[in-house]
Design a protein around this ligand. Structure first.
Ligand code: NA7
Length: 885
């Protein structure tokens, strides 16, 4: 280290202090790129690295068979086209030695080693409020004083202790895959035990089996693994990259996983069994985790039933390879959805169990009781062992930060204490109370759910760009606000509820470490959306950050960056990109045609028992209806349903996926009514049709397969208006008897001055001006206070019990809430659901707005309760909704 860098001493410090602008911990993928970028941006910098060379994860994990499991052409730096041209990977999935060589090559090419202090363990990092700097203490060499402190310690760098009694008594050799000796290990002729069947175990087991006299694998949880089919980089991917390198890389940056695959749109129930099998076989043949995790069907990662289809296929494959049926059965995962836990890529993993020198011990049936001097004992046997290989994983994500060294922020608060209830962060990048502190791919960022190379570059670029901008503006400190951090936690939870990760015991959730607080740690909203959020933080004036500097006014633009549900954000983003003219500018017929086109592009509704058509008697003539029957034996209670569309648009089929979904969830018949529309039929045509249709359906209940007696009514938007009005008319006109009403984002009143009409006037698809247009087409101003269109102005006593759902970002929100409050005040039993982060269409956009599921579960419960049916709910999709809610 140049003497000039040891610039100062402080009075309370025992030795010299190295002064830099930015200190980095770690010289792996992230640390190296940080050094490069920081240096180019003109910051003085140092990286502190415990190892004696660069490489990070790839320095430590040298176990036999260690390879990356993202295709190497994707798992590379992309910041410099010349670097890309200068390096060619030899295989589809590079081995650990090759990746390590690559990182060494990068370090040399950009002359990074001169700013790295190797063999330097950081022992402590403390924020000095007065100096507005971090003081970093190291086990050897001078301490470091820096303005900014960046942890580039990876996600899987703190190995987890084995937590098995007697390890200390064992007299043979012990190795951890995450700390494999550099000179290799000679296993020839030895009796080897491998404990753990995650990626490290699954990659190493086939090679260990080739060397050992005997290998015993101790498996607690079987994992899904698929063949890597390693070899040269597949021509199709390589050609794509060569054909348009910049485009390929950009697509990766905008993708969900950091690998340029498109979003899959076909849902599993749209495909035949043969089509699903063909897709699976193709994916199996590719040997590509990201492909099989994302490209089979759209519901594979969000719905247990869509996911179970893949689990069945993979178990079938395991059964085909492994000859001994008991061993095959023990290797088949049944306790978690595919992808909920990190699946593995293997080379001959399952076939290894056909070798005579390999034994699988199923710890679920015979847990390890103890490790003795020379054996491992389970409930059923004692196995003589010379070598134990622990492939037992890591204290993932948080361990890679808190277990590295104590970090003390503002007011003497330690990061471990702040994270005692789970990692809190803003954007996964920084933590409130820890000024000028950043994490690269920390908990709360896409990190391990993404191609790390892409995520690392995005994080590093964002951090260095912001540090440069702060310096330019004269700010010394940057710190996340509590409000921004709390908002991020909410958004993280919303994203996680979309996935199946919480249904698995996995290191993604901390479940692998006894006593660790559990919760999904990586950001599940996708790489592209995450990037756009980080960019939005900047474009909105460093939203959620406090900035201060000696000669500039402090700045704090506080707030939550994402308040929408993640899938709603995507839908609205797509609509905004389409830059459509206002719907009302199409005219009534044009708007109807547009809606039909729009609906044709959505996922098909799920199968129900039967779907039928018919005609019923409306107020002034016959009306069409669509009937959705459950698959179970009838008769079933009937729900009369009124579609949305502002009394102008839609028909009995336009809410088809919603009717199917609710039919399945409630196990009740849904009859969707094709009531008359404005402007051809103005007020009170729709209202009177709604009432007449309900009357007709109640009178013909048995005929259409329903339970005779009271019916229920439900509707969305203008349909919710018709349902509410129908209940008032039925009360006043002597029936039919209505057992309950479900009103989803209903129109209830003709005034436009409630706050939600202004707060959500534009930007959420249903606009204030579209509502004006609907009202104008349907109802003359003089009629608008009539309770048949403004039920809030009617008498609300004596109405059937109600479930009223409103959405936060809907112009109609407040009038729905007002109706619920009016009903409650009048003694009507009312349940309210205020759907946070949702827009007007959220709850009916089935299989598009997945976060609407828990609302539909609650709505279905309410309908069943109104109908006097038991709570028990067995319909498909329910389990995940329940898990997600
Ligand atoms: P993982 O994926 O966490 O796997 C660890 C394995 O060790 C897993 O099968 C564990 O079973 C098992 N394990 C952990 N503790 C024990 C004890 N006490 N007894 C028996 N078995 C145990 O770590 P890896 O190193 O394989 O992979 C980490 C990531 O690196 C990987 O996902 C890739 O992203 C790269 P469990 O499932 O907890 O029952």
């Amino acid at each position: 280290m140049p003497d000039s860098m040891v610039a100062a001493r402080t009075s309370d410090s025992a030795g010299p202090i190295q002064q830099v602008d930015v200190a980095v911990v770690g010289a792996g993928f992230a640390g190296l790129y940080l050094l490069h970028r920081l240096r180019k941006a003109g910051f003085s910098t140092v990286a502190l690295e415990e190892a004696d060379d660069v490489g990070g994860t790839w320095y430590w994990n040298r176990y036999p068979g260690a390879r990356c499991d993202i295709q190497t052409i994707d798992y590379s730096y992309t910041f410099d086209p010349e670097l890309e041209a200068a390096w060619t990977w030899s295989e589809k999935y590079a081995t650990q030695p090759e990746i390590l060589r690559y990182l060494g090559f990068v370090a040399d090419r950009y002359d990074l080693r001169r700013d790295i202090r190797f063999k330097t363990r950081v022992t402590k990092a403390t924020w000095d409020d007065a100096a507005e700097r971090w003081l970093i203490t190291t086990a050897n060499g001078p301490s470091v004083s820096c303005r900014h402190y960046i942890m580039a310690t990876g996600c899987l760098s703190a190995p987890k202790p084995p937590e098995i009694d007697g390890v200390k008594d064992f007299k043979g050799e012990i190795y951890f895959t995450g700390r494999w000796p550099h000179d290799g290990v000679d296993l020839a002729g030895k009796r080897v035990a491998v404990i753990g069947t995650g990626s490290s175990g699954i990659q190493s087991i086939p090679l260990i089996a080739e060397q050992a006299a005997h290998l015993t694998v101790f498996q607690r949880t079987p994992n899904f693994a698929l063949p890597a089919h390693n070899g040269p980089a597949p021509a199709d991917r390589a050609n794509l990259l060569q054909g348009d390198r910049a485009g390929y890389r950009e697509q990766a940056r905008q993708s969900m996983t950091g690998v340029p695959y498109p979003q899959q749109t076909a849902v599993s129930w749209q495909l035949s069994e043969a089509e699903r099998r063909a897709r699976f076989e193709e994916a199996w043949g590719k040997g590509d985790l990201v492909y099989i995790l994302t490209q089979l069907w759209a519901d594979q990662g969000v719905d247990v039933d869509g996911n179970a289809l893949i689990c069945d296929f993979i178990r079938e494959k395991i059964g085909e390879v492994v000859k001994d049926p008991d061993t095959a059965a023990a290797l088949m995962p049944h306790d978690h959805p595919f992808g909920a836990k990190r699946p593995c890529l293997d080379t001959n993993y399952y076939a290894t169990y056909n070798r005579p020198n390999v034994t699988l011990v199923n710890l679920r049936q015979e847990p390890i009781k103890a490790i003795t001097t020379d054996s491992i004992t389970t409930d059923k046997r004692s196995v003589g062992i010379d070598v134990i290989v622990f492939a037992t994983g890591f204290d993932a994500m948080t361990g890679a930060i808190t277990a590295v060294h104590p970090i003390t922020g503002r007011g003497g608060k330690s990061l471990s204490d702040v994270w005692a209830h789970g990692p809190e962060s803003y954007l996964g990048l920084t933590v409130a109370g820890f000024p000028n502190f950043f994490m690269i791919t920390g908990p709360g960022s896409p990190s391990v759910l993404s191609n790390m190379a892409v995520s690392i570059e995005q994080h590093v670029d964002w951090v260095v760009d912001q540090l440069a901008a702060l310096r330019q503006a004269g700010f010394n400190t940057i710190e996340a606000t509590e409000a921004a951090q709390a908002g991020w936690a909410k958004h993280m939870g919303d994203c996680a509820s979309l996935t199946l990760h919480r249904l698995a015991n996995t290191w993604y959730t901390g479940a692998n470490v006894p006593g660790k607080v559990q919760g999904v740690m990586p950001y599940c909203g996708g790489v592209g959306p995450y990037r756009s959020i980080c960019d939005e933080v900047v474009s909105r004036g460093m939203l959620g950050f406090k900035l201060s500097g000696p000669n500039v006014a402090a700045q704090c633009n506080d707030g939550e960056v994402v308040r929408l549900q993640p899938d709603v954000r995507l839908v609205l983003g797509m609509l905004a990109q389409m830059n459509l003219p206002p719907l009302e500018s199409f005219g009534a017929q044009g708007a109807r045609d547009f809606l039909a086109q729009f609906n044709a592009a959505r996922p098909a509704g799920r199968p129900v028992g039967a779907v039928g058509d018919g005609m019923l008697q409306g107020a002034e003539g016959p009306l069409p209806y669509k009937l959705y029957k459950p698959a179970t034996a009838g008769p079933h209670p009937i729900v009369v349903y009124f579609h949305g569309g502002g009394w102008v648009l839609g028909d009995e089929l336009s809410d088809d996926p919603f009717c199917r979904d609710m039919c399945r969830r409630t196990d009740m018949i849904f009859v969707s009514v094709g009531y008359r529309h404005a402007p051809e039929h103005r007020f009170p045509a729709a209202a009177e049709d709604g009432y007449a249709a309900t009357k007709w359906i109640a009178a013909h209940a048995t005929e259409i397969g329903g339970t005779p007696g009271p019916v229920l009514v439900a509707g969305w938007s203008a349909g919710g208006n018709i349902a509410a009005v129908t209940c008032q008319l039925a009360r006043d006109r002597g029936g039919p008897e209505i057992a309950g009403q479900l009103l989803i984002c209903p129109v209830t009143d003709c005034t436009f001055d409630r706050p939600s009409y202004n707060d959500n006037a534009t930007g959420y698809f249903l606009t204030r001006s579209l509502m004006f247009w609907f009202w104008d087409l349907y109802c003359a101003p003089a009629d608008r206070t009539d309770p048949r269109v403004s039920p809030l102005r009617g008498r609300v006593e004596g109405l059937p019990p109600a479930f009223i759902a409103t959405c936060e970002f809907d112009p109609l929100r407040d009038e729905g809430v007002a109706y619920a409050e009016a009903l409650a005040a009048a003694g009507v039993a009312v349940e309210q659901l205020k759907a946070r982060g949702h827009f007007h269409s959220s709850l009916t956009m089935v299989d598009v707005v997945i976060t609407g599921v828990s609302a539909r579960v609650q709505m279905a419960h309410a309908l069943r309760r109104f109908a006097g049916l038991p709570e028990a709910q067995t319909s498909p999709g329910y389990r995940i909704a329940a898990a997600a809610s």
